[in-house]
Design a protein around this ligand. Sequence first.
Ligand code: AMP
Length: 238
Amino acid sequence: MDLLLIGPPGVGKGTQAARLRQALGVPHLSTGDLLRRHVAEGTRLGAAAAAHMQRGDLVPDELVTEMALGQILGPSCAAGVVLDGFPRTPAQAEALDTALAAHGRRLTAVLHLNAPARTLLRRLTGRRTCGGCGDSYHLDTRKPRTPGRCDSCGQRLVQRTDDTAETARTRLAVHARQTQPLLARYHQAGVLHEVDGCGDVGAITRRLLAAVAPYAAGDQDASRSTGWPTSPVRSSLS
Ligand code: AMP
């Protein structure tokens, strides 16, 4: 099962993709995490990507696409993947579709998580991430037991450099301009599901799992199945 979680920065794609990985047993691929690792390790790709990421802009298509497809077509994702943060542009989407088709695969479902801009900004600027294991916390809604320390591994919590208010605003604008147009593509392909990204983390996971349940049961055409509480795609996308 090849799933894509798409949505604006701060909507909870990383958190939810990790929960889907656990629930479905399908690996989670975050291009943001991969790029941050390249930056931390000082690779050539990391050096080329760092300034774009720091500004809140997208890393050029050719750099990200090669990195992402290398993983998606590799052995760890051979039985499927939950994609988080890729594709983010029409060129990336085209490259992904072509590469998957060449291997007899296609995106099973695209889950569009969304929330109001005010909520997204609050989530981004209050987010704190563990420098050790990468676990995510929030100053208001998911406080660690010991302030500033990760519950799981005890390492220091830090604010991502692109989670400041100014860069977060840039990232939301970049998403609206460059990534949101992909929704029409996936709507036309009949694979898009709208999922409300507001509220309790567990409730959001249940909505996502309900949306993919028909596919998990081997039904490749969700529109034929009835009784599943998947949200219909907004008609304004057509
Ligand atoms: P994320 O952790 O998904 O919010 O990604 C953090 C940053 O990594 C983004 O703001 C971009 O600079 C870069 N990035 C991640 N995925 C992509 C992608 N598919 N295309 C271009 N840039 C990306």
